[in-house]
Design a binder for this molecule. Sequence first.
Ligand SMILES: [Zn+2]
Length: 418
Amino acid sequence: MKITFNGGAREVGGSCTVVETEDARVALDYGIKVDEGLSYNMPGNLDAVIVSHAHLDHSGNLLTIADKKVVVIGSRATRDITSELLQDLIKIQKMKGNAVPYNFQDVSKLSELWLTRQSLALPGVEVSQYPAGHVLGANMVHLKTRDNTLLYTGDFCVHDTEILDGVDVDALPREPDVLIMESTYGGTSRPKREELVKSLFSKIRETMKRGGNILIPAFAFHRIQEMTRRIDLAMGAKLLPRYNAYYISGLAQRITQYYHDYKSLLSKQVNKQATPFKFQRVRRVRRTEQIKEPAIVICTSGFGHAGASRALLSKWAGNEDDTVIINTGYLPPNSPLIMAKEGKIVDNGKSINVKADIEQIELSGHADQEELIDFVKTIKPKRTFLIHGNLDQAQALSEKISKYTDVEIPNKNESFEI
Ligand SMILES: [Zn+2]
């Protein structure tokens, strides 16, 4: 077996690892770097691409194989949400004036290439997938070839979150020859989720007390559904006072439909409710002009680049009563939210001094260092490759797990014979 790390090596973004045997050539994920768009230098001659989940850094480059005879493997939820995100990607690229040689028909063509069974066989390779707890439809991938076994984690979360159970580690095959594992938080310990939610609510309450606005930029996939439900339920349970509350995102609205369709993939508690994403207290509006201030608003884009989050950031950043809550860890360089954290944003060439309270409360769907170490101790891989993490994170984790497994932090385009 030969493994080549084509992307997501020593970085987060553009995930793609190619596994080659005498029988088949298979890519694990086929992602883009979200701030760079489509790449045309991706590995070709593939028999199959297995997509761990719909985030574009794992799926975005699928567009470039829409016209090829490649089998795409992944869950039905991943297939449908990837299609939504790819349509949005085409729209955004066109809006930016970038030439995109693909259209919505290519997206439909692509979705016909998918095989959505959890287990299936390619020539000489048995493929099994296991829920990864990261976002709706996310899977880990296990490959069994003639000579080797390999477990690819994709992005994963060990602990339960409000709408999704963590990965069921007991169900996973043990002692693979190769483990390819994400290391986003390989060097980081994070507070427990309950603690993070508590600080989120206390920040919101504080702002509401002084009559300020609260802006929560969030991704259309998973983060908006999770955050909107969290705020809606907290207001119902009087953990938060009633306040004007809105969410804005056409894309999130379309994606939320799949949260109803694939409800059985969500946690038991959510699954037993008839309409878990029909909100009682947080209202959907289409435009920022429909907002009655003061308000709490959850909206796209997640990094504040465009849309309602961009407009409201410009409107509210200069007011000391208002609060912006960033709920992601990673922020692309020069993104408006990073600039807001640093104290100055630019709107239409005009510079605004940030007086609003800018808070970062990371409610992530990834395992942290301790959970990653426990995972390795339980799975007992012979050899482990750390990907999907910046070098400092991967190195910190590598030191901690090297007594349990042989560890490599591959370079981009580096190959290994197993
Ligand atoms: Zn992800």
